[in-house]
Ligand binder design. Sequence first.
Ligand code: FDA
Ligand code: NAD
Length: 436
Amino acid sequence: MATGKHFKYIVLGGGVSGGYAAREFAKQGVQPGELAIISKEAVAPYERPALSKAYLFPQSPARLPGFHVCVGSGGERLLPEWYSEKGIELILSTEIVKADLASKTLTSSAGATFTYEILLIATGSSVIKLSDFGTQGADSNNILYLREVDDADKLYAAIQAKKGGKAVVVGGGYIGLELSAVLKMNNLDVTMVFPEPWCMPRLFTAEIAAFYESYYTNKGVKIVKGTVAVGFDADANGDVTAVKLKDGSVLEADIVVVGVGGRPLTGLFKGQVAEEKGGIKTDAFFETSVPGVYAVGDVATFPMKIYDDVRRVEHVDHSRKSAEQAVKAIKGKEAGSAVAEYDYLPYFYSRSFDLSWQFYGDNVGDAILFGDADPSSAKPKFGSYWVKDGKCVGVFLEGGSPDENGAIAKLARDQPPAASPAELKAAGLQFATSKI
Ligand code: FDA
Ligand code: NAD
C-alpha cells in the first residue's frame, strides 16, 4: 500500500467548484503544501459547460487548455502551472473510493491514503444511465453520455465516424436540447425523444417550450414526445442500429446520446453526514453536519435565503459561488472574522444554435409570456415573468443583451409588485429595464 499524505485542506473533486475553490484559497492565502485538489479526471479543473457546446462544434472546436477555470466567468485561466506556482497539489487521475470522516482519511482506488484537517466535498454529479433501469441493449456501442471531457472525446469521435448518419437523443432536458442542436450542426439527422408533453418541463412553460420546439423543428431536428426508449438493437459488432420506443415505433440510429438526468455523488459519505433533498445538508457557509467538512456545488443542499427554503442547484453559477463562499468561511473562521451568509439568487442559462437564454429567480406562480416568440423571426426576443403573491419572482429572457440580462436579474432579486398580467404582457421587457 502506498504511504499516506497529509494536507491542511483537501478539496475532493477537481471540477468547476474545485477550480474556483483553489482560486479563492490562493486569494485568501495558503502556504505551499497546505492544499490539495484530488480528482478522478486526468486534467486540471475546467469549465464543464463547454463540453455540450463549443467542444463539439464542427469548426474550430474548443479544446483544453482553452477553457480551464476561471475563464467562464471572465477570470484568469488557471493552467496546471498555476497550481504548482502556488504550491497547490493537483492530484489527478485519482479516484477516492473510501472516505472516513471520523479519522479524516480518504483512500484512493490505488490504495493511497490522504488525511486532512478541513475537507471540501466537490464531487458533482454522475449521469443516470439507461442500464441503471435495465433497459434492454443499453450497453451497445455508440450509446453515449456526457459528463466529463473523456465522454466528450468519445462523442466527438463518434460524430466524426458517423458523418451524415442518424442520431437519436434520449431526454428533453438541458443535455437533450444542447446536444440535439450541436449534433444537427454536425449535419447528423437528429431525432429527440422525451416522455413529457414539452421539453425542459422543470423550467419551461408550455409556451416557452413551444418556441424552442418550433425553432428546432425548423432547423431539421425531429421531436418525438410522450414516450421513452425501452430497448436498443445492435449489429454483429455490438454497434447500436435502432432505438425501440414504448409507443411501438422504432428509430434507426448510428449514435444515441442519453441525457436523462444527473445524480449527486454523495455515496462516499452515506451515513456519515446529514442529507436532505438528495444532497449533503449544509449551513449558509456550506459546512455540513460534521465540523470541518464542507460540501459545495451540485452535491450541496443549502439554505436558499431569498425563498426561506433549502435547495440543491445543479448549475455552474452556483458551483462557482458556493466554492468561493465555503473557502471564505473556512479562512474567516481561522481569522475570527465574520462572513456574510450565502444569499443566492438562482441563475441558469443555456445556448444552442443562435439562441441564448438566461433565467433568474424562481419559476413559481403564474407565468406571463411577453415579446416576440415567433421562431421564424430574424432575431426572436421574448421572455416570461413569474408572478406569485402579487410579486414578480422570476424572469426568463431569450436573446437579451448584457444590460437587459442585468435588468432581469435585478428584478428577480428585488421582487417588485407585479402589474396585472395584461399590463405586464404589454410592457414586456420594459417592465424590467425601467426599474434599473
Ligand atoms: P463537477 O461535475 O464540475 O466536478 C466534480 C469533479 O469531481 C469531477 O472532476 C469528478 O471527476 C470529480 N469526482 C467525483 N467523484 C470523485 C471521487 N470519488 N474521487 C475523485 N474525484 C471525484 N450549468 C449551467 O449553469 N450552464 C450550462 O451551460 C451548463 N452546461 C453543462 C454542460 C454539461 C455537459 C454538464 C455535464 C453540465 C453543465 N452544467 C451547466 C452544469 C454544471 O457544469 C455543474 O452544475 C457544475 O459543473 C457542478 O460543479 P461541481 O464542481 O459540483 O461538479
Ligand atoms: P435534466 O434533468 O435537465 O433532464 C432530464 C430529462 O430526461 C427530463 O427532462 C426528461 O425529458 C428526460 N427523461 C427522464 N427519464 C427519461 C427516460 N426514461 N427516457 C427518456 N427521457 C427521460 O438532466 P440532463 O439534461 O441529463 O442534464 C444532466 C445534468 O447536467 C443536470 O444537472 C443539468 O443541470 C446539467 N446541465 C446543465 C446545463 C445548463 O444549465 N445549461 C446544460 C447541460 C447539463
